[in-house]
Design a binder for this molecule. Structure first.
Ligand code: 13P
Ligand code: SF4
Length: 340
């Protein structure tokens, strides 16, 4: 029998979840979130669904309804393992496409199909074909922040967490690396492989400046600055640590800096600080308007209607899937090496 999702008892049943977010969500806001959280958690059971949430999702999604959270790499890896019939991707469109590529027979829901990404928008499949003509025989690595059509034209994917390892796995002295110019520059600094790049940028990370960070350093003696590699090179040069969103989170959880500034999307500091009492978070940040299109309300609607669902042209999917699977295979062989 369907559950009455506005039943006050089901709202009472999620009251304990407020403990997880009380540092970052004022108690006056909880009654707005609680009915959606109760409904979503019931709907997940009814529909055998899991919610994969990116680290940039708001705390009420990240801490109260998500089953799996992480960076783009973890979401792709964990999408392969799930037994659920339905995957809801609380993130942006390319992440939902990646989950669908890896789970062609499952329903993959994207609560708002307009949640895009400026990097994914910066390049088309035709652009990649032109680059291949310009640089014949040079392997093409695409950042996972691209459409399935673009992935289908590339040899292998990478994420911010494994970009250097993927470039070096190819055994080529020259690689085309798309579409993030700044991530490409960050990889180029650490390898002898010649990197040919594209001029795509993340609209969120390109707005940070080295001057802005220096002014925060001047105001805080013991400040640790950690940045995402989509930031411009001078911002990365001003930072103490650079890593994917998961690597940034691990840095804070393991190193416990006295004061930290996470040079990335605003929800990162909210989500990490929700469970940490001994670190002060200094919070200049930029919002990703695409990530913020996902809300508890549209996750709930999506689970109720089982739509909108991601569909990918099978001819494109087969080639795009190969690029994603090659990336995951590099990760697996590295794990085997470590275990041996
Ligand atoms: P991560 O893979 O590091 O989570 O990055 C994804 C992203 O979109 C960052 O802007
Ligand atoms: Fe794309 Fe930047 Fe938003 Fe990440 S933060 S989804 S790279 S626009």
């Amino acid at each position: 029998m369907p559950v009455n999702h506005t039943d006050p008892r089901s709202i009472e049943n999620v009251a304990h979840l407020y403990e997880r977010v009380k540092k970052v969500i004022p108690d006056i806001e909880w009654p707005i979130h609680a009915p959606h959280i109760a409904a979503i958690n019931e709907l997940k059971r009814e529909k055998n669904a899991v919610i994969l949430a990116h680290n940039y999702q708001t705390p009420e999604i990240y801490h109260c309804v998500a089953d799996i959270t992480g960076d783009s790499l973890a979401l792709a890896q964990r999408a392969v393992d799930t037994d659920a019939d339905v995957i809801v991707l609380a993130g942006v469109h390319f992440m939902a496409e990646t989950a669908k590529l890896l789970n062609p027979d499952k329903t993959v829901l994207m609560p708002d199909l307009d949640a895009g990404c400026s990097l994914a928008e910066s390049i088309t499949a035709a652009d990649v074909r032109r680059l291949r003509e310009q640089y014949p025989g040079v392997p093409v690595v695409t950042y996972v922040n691209t459409s399935a059509e673009v992935k289908a034209e590339c040899d292998i994917c990478c994420t911010s967490g494994n970009a250097l390892a993927i470039v070096e796995s190819l055994g080529s002295d020259r690689v085309i690396f798309l579409p993030d110019e700044y991530l490409a520059a960050y990889v180029a600094e650490q390898t002898d492989v010649e990197i040919i790049t594209w001029q795509g940028h993340c609209e969120v990370h390109e707005r940070f400046t080295a001057e802005e960070l220096e002014s925060f350093r001047a105001g805080h003696d013991d400040l640790t600055i950690i940045a995402h590699p989509e930031c411009p090179p001078d911002v990365l040069a001003t930072s103490d640590f650079v890593g994917s969103t998961a690597q940034m989170q691990d840095y804070v959880l393991n190193e416990r800096p006295a004061k930290v500034l996470m040079v990335t999307e605003c929800s990162m500091s909210d989500n990490v600080s929700a469970g940490v009492d001994d670190v002060e978070f200094i919070r200049p940040c930029n919002l990703c308007p695409h990530m913020k299109k996902i809300t508890l309300a549209n996750i709930r609607e999506s689970l109720e209607s089982l739509s909108p669902a991601i569909e990918i042209d099978p001819a494109i999917a087969v080639r795009a899937r190969a690029a994603v699977e090659r990336m995951l295979d590099v990760g697996r062989s590295k794990m085997t090496e470590v275990a041996a």
